[in-house]
Design a protein around this ligand. Structure first.
Ligand SMILES: Nc1ncnc2c1ncn2[C@@H]1O[C@H](COP(=O)(O)OP(=O)(O)O)[C@@H](O)[C@H]1O
Ligand SMILES: [Mg+2]
Length: 222
């Protein structure tokens, strides 16, 4: 599903965020990306989404050469990936249910099916009692759970999550991870960047460790 060949990333200004990264994630795997702050985890995920271009090397995602993708094909790449980032953005004028249902619109589901699936996804993150609530009236953790429901509602082939449990308490974090595991068991490849060691330990999944922009451990496989 994902292959990186000798990937390097230098930001304008000179920070070397990644160097000589080789990585392979098979379809259907569940992988944690760990390492200290500044190790390059977010950069790695942003490269997969073509939010950044690598300075060196090649990145393949679902058979697409991401670095060489023509601009017109970038939206299709991003639509095929469910994303949970720290700076999740919910649409202010839509309710929780509408925020989640909305992403199924482009996928061609009927309005009724959109609502049904959005409801199921929100129920899965424990927000069935907040369907009609607007983002400003939700807590940070609740907003994050809406963002997670939105990322998984379309059952994407690939789910990328960057510190998805950053604002959540340990029990809820574990519930969310179990949800990711469930999605994974239905075929979605999952990559989660986190520095929550306890959570990683509890989940018993393959762990790729980055330090100073280099992969220092590629994990044993799940
Ligand atoms: N937009 C940016 N411009 C310049 N440097 C950046 C930018 N984003 C991240 N960096 C630098 O790249 C390195 C890796 O950062 P990042 O990928 O965010 O690591 P992590 O997610 O593991 O904390 C850090 O040294 C960080 O300061
Ligand atoms: Mg980060």
């Amino acid at each position: 599903m994902i292959r990186l060949y000798d990937v390097g990333m230098k930001y304008p200004g000179g920070t070397l965020a990644l160097a000589h990264v080789d990585l392979s994630v098979a379809a259907g795997e569940f992988v944690f990306l760990v390492g200290p702050s500044g190790a390059g985890k977010t950069t790695l995920l942003r490269l997969m989404l073509r939010h950044e271009l690598p300075s060196e090397g090649e990145i393949l995602v679902g058979g697409r050469n991401v670095g060489a993708l023509p601009a017109g094909k970038i939206p299709a790449l991003r639509r095929s990936i469910g994303v949970v980032f720290q700076d999740f953005k919910l649409i202010r004028r839509k309710t929780a249910l509408e925020n989640v249902a909305y992403v199924l619109n482009v996928a061609g589901y009927s309005p009724r099916e959109q609502k049904k699936r959005a409801y199921e996804a929100l129920r899965g993150v424990g927000l069935h009692h907040r369907l009609g609530t607007y983002p400003h009236a939700l807590s940070g953790g609740e907003q994050q759970r809406v963002a997670i429901a939105r990322a998984i509602v379309g059952e994407p082939a690939l789910l990328l999550a960057d510190e998805p449990t950053g604002n959540l308490d340990p029990d809820l974090s574990y519930e969310i991870m179990k949800l990711f595991r469930e999605i994974n068991s239905r075929g979605t490849t999952v990559v989660v960047a986190t520095h929550d060691r306890e959570l990683v330990h509890r989940m018993q999944k393959r762990t790729v460790r980055l330090e100073h922009g280099r992969v220092v451990e590629t994990g044993a496989g799940s």
